[in-house]
Design a protein. Structure first.
Length: 153
């Protein structure tokens, strides 16, 4: 009779393989660059409609070190945003800051906020407006009340 421990090894290996496959499935595409400051990429496969809103995973790599209360330094952040395409607003739901570029290196800090803790307006132009236009244009069916995607890239 096989031991319970021996039976767990194949299960753990399959779980690790599934996690690795999921990580490889990300389709990071550049959407915004501020020369000398930062670059933003989006996992196109993460764009999902959620009721009247759309969520997407973004990754920001900074050209210079960023500081959290002076003692912690990070160079990139992976974030989950929620967009209200109809009202041109967004909310940050999760953020993970990493020591290296492109979401690499040590995890420096991790944050999450409940849904509906606060929407921010994108305004007519700027970085957040460009990201909203891109996400809403790429959401299934253009997103709920999608806005015109001009200037998204």
């Amino acid at each position: 009779m096989r031991s319970a421990r021996a039976a767990l090894v194949p299960c753990a290996a399959l779980a690790a393989l599934a996690a690795l496959s999921a990580a490889r499935a990300a389709d990071w595409q550049p959407i915004l660059t501020a020369p000398g400051e930062f670059a933003v990429v989006i996992d196109v496969g993460s764009i999902r409609e959620r009721g009247a809103a759309v969520t997407a995973s973004l990754r920001i790599t900074y050209k210079r070190e960023q500081h959290i209360r002076q003692e912690r330094i990070y160079r990139s952040a992976q974030q989950l945003w929620e967009f209200d395409c109809k009202r041109a607003r967004y909310a940050l739901l999760e953020a993970k800051n990493f020591a290296g570029p492109d979401g690499t290196g040590e995890l420096v800090a991790s944050y999450s906020w409940p849904q509906d803790t606060g929407w921010s307006s994108t305004g007519a132009s700027g970085e957040s407006a460009a990201i909203l236009h891109y996400v809403c244009a790429h959401a299934q069916g253009g997103g709920a009340g999608a806005t015109d995607p001009k200037g998204a890239r």
